[in-house]
Design a protein around this ligand. Structure first.
Ligand code: MLT
Length: 248
């Protein structure tokens, strides 16, 4: 009989060293908005995403192959780049088909690059949550859900997603003795009736609403718009499953 896999939730990139075990699959989460945008970019035709930590690294790809360059800092698109981090930019465009996206964001791409040193990395968001649960359950490996937070700090939206994903994985036979699994699950239960409302006074929603991106928030909170599972292979995120449930 297979041993039931272990589940942990890491609430900030700055706590990752306490969880790192060189064997678990790490689910990187940045619900608003990096990992949601990544899922939609691949769903809508991008072949691979190269997540880099700094704007300077992203600029090294300028004038190279036919790359699309995306950069976001403090919620805003960085001047001189083709794309920012709005998930709406990765919808309803033929520009993405078959291309490579080089992306840097304030927190999400950093978290990916921290985790990839010693762990298998997969991208999670509400947009692919059901497919992700199936994928993780089928693999049967231990899982650490890693919230990208905001500049090392705790953030509510990633924690709510961690709670939602944890509840589903525990329902599939994962076990845990991690209090952040309990805490995120309880927070999610108290908020799940209206996630948009429950984030109303959260710091990142305030930050984004100053930039008029409420539509982005609504889109990032939609469930199961895709079955794409972006996994890191070398330095690139590629789709493990390209099967799509989106009506284009
Ligand atoms: C990030 O990676 O820090 C976020 O996705 C920021 C944003 O909302 O664009």
């Amino acid at each position: 009989m297979n041993k039931s896999p272990n589940l942990q939730v890491c609430l900030s990139p700055d706590l990752f060293h306490l969880f790192s075990d060189r064997k678990s699959t790490v689910v990187v989460v940045d619900v608003l908005r990096a990992t949601s945008s990544m899922c939609l970019a691949i769903e809508n035709g991008i072949d691979e995403i190269i997540p880099v930590s700094t704007v300077e690294e992203a600029l090294e790809y300028k004038n190279g192959k036919d790359f699309i360059l995306a950069a976001e800092r403090n919620g805003q698109m960085v001047k001189g780049f083709d794309f920012g981090n709005s998930p709406q930019q990765y919808q309803n465009t033929e520009e993405l088909e078959g291309r490579t996206l080089v992306m840097t964001t304030t927190n999400g791409t950093k978290m990916i690059n921290i985790a990839k040193e010693d762990h298998e990395v997969v991208i999670g968001s509400f947009l692919n949550i059901t497919a992700l649960v199936e994928w993780l359950t089928e693999k049967g490996k231990d899982v650490i859900i890693c919230c990208s937070g905001w500049k090392g700090r705790f953030c509510l939206e990633d924690t709510l997603f961690a709670g939602a994903l944890s509840a589903k994985l525990m329902g599939e036979g994962f076990h845990s003795d991690c209090d952040s699994v309990l805490a995120s699950g309880r927070l999610y239960n108290a908020s799940k009736k209206d996630l948009f409302q429950s984030l109303e006074d959260s710091s990142h929603r305030k930050r984004l609403s100053n930039l008029s991106t409420n539509d982005d928030v609504q889109l990032c909170l939609a469930h199961d718009l895709t079955t794409v599972i972006p996994v890191l292979q070398g330095n690139s995120l590629v789709a493990d499953s390209k099967q799509s449930i989106v009506t284009k």
